[in-house]
Design a protein around this ligand. Sequence first.
Ligand code: F6R
Length: 247
Amino acid sequence: MKQNKGIKIYVTESYEEMSTTAAHLLGAQIRLNPTSVLGLATGGTPVGMYKNLVRMYKEEGLDFSGITTFNLDEYYPLSRSSDQSYYYYMTDHLFGHVNISKDRIYIPDGEAKDVETECANYDAKIEELGGIDLQVLGIGTNGHIGFNEPDTFFPKSTHLVDLVEETIQANARFFNSIDEVPKQALSMGIGSIFKAKKIVLLANGTHKAKIIAETLYGNVRPEVPSTILQFHPDVTFILDKEAAAEL
Ligand code: F6R
């Protein structure tokens, strides 16, 4: 395996082991700093991690009462009450099962009338609360992190994104049909993500192997947004062995 200075890489045997490793890392963050600000991701990858965090709350007394969370993104336009919204996902997988305080949960508002103000307020709130201590990321097969799609520049702050066809197709599995997948989303920018003190990226499956290798060893460029992580001082990748197959 080639070495990438600064980025720690854990290769696990399975999706289950990736999920428990990630949950232990978050659990340690929460125990060491019970008022941590966490950045959270949705999608298929972190479902097992959230399941383990719920178990740690129920069986091991992991205390979420002082924790603040900011989610990376939300579809736009989409109502919070839709069972496809990331608000719903987070309630279903984590918030509905642990003792987190509702007023410390932040997710971009997929129904915002004034998108610019919503985005500016989101970044301002992160700053006001002292920034993100630990940011969890998944990764798209095209290298998107959050919904920062391949582009000619790295978007700085939270913004409205046009989802690319590859992302719409990848996410169609969560909807009844591809036509139901929203074509836009509100997403934290690369700049917002990059300001996090620590970043943990999770990936599993053969379909992520190529982009993981590119992210770690490819040239840093906005056409593959995840490559920017090479410049961050504290990044940990937790992979299953399939996603690590090309390292
Ligand atoms: C989700 C997010 C996306 C996903 C990525 C991978 O909040 O920001 O970047 O992490 O699309 O999705 P899955 O995990 O479904 O492969």
